[in-house]
Write a new protein. Structure first.
Length: 146
């Protein structure tokens, strides 16, 4: 069962269970998938995972903004959706795993300082695409190179 089919099944189950939060999140996901489909070309599960990652990032950014503005009600709503979106994403690496992988990439590339950031970042982003947050990768690379 591909990702789009999983979402459709989830929508049916959420409707039967009258789970409004899950239904809202799944409908948002389905909407994003439909936008991908109408953009043309064939759409793979990998493309759908990228769309989910984008949605998760948007939710995290919104949560941060809402909490700064004192709108906890809106932040809570975004958190509810984020939890559901994350259930369809691949498992994320821990900070220790990210650091270990980056240290290996630094050793492979022979990077010695911040001047070699351009060598390490592309390799790190490619190696951990989909399983680690880009912001966390960037922060870790900068910390290890400085």
């Amino acid at each position: 069962m591909n990702l789009a089919e999983q979402i459709n099944e989830g929508i049916k189950e959420a409707m039967k269970a009258r789970d409004e939060v899950r239904l809202r999140a799944l409908r948002n996901i389905k909407s994003a998938f439909l936008l991908l489909d109408t953009a043309g070309g064939s759409v793979s599960d990998e493309d759908r995972v990228k769309a989910l990652q984008k949605m998760a990032k948007q939710r995290k950014d919104s949560i941060e903004i809402f909490e700064k503005e004192g709108r906890q009600d809106l932040a809570d709503r975004e958190k509810e959706e984020l939890v559901i979106i994350e259930t369809f994403l691949p498992a994320q690496l821990s900070e220790a795993d990210i650091e270990a992988r980056i240290k290996a990439i630094i050793a492979e590339t022979g990077a010695e300082g911040m001047k070699d950031l351009g060598k390490v970042m592309p390799a790190a982003m490619k190696a951990m695409a989909g399983v680690a947050d880009g912001k966390l990768i960037s922060e870790t690379v900068k910390r290890l190179l400085s």
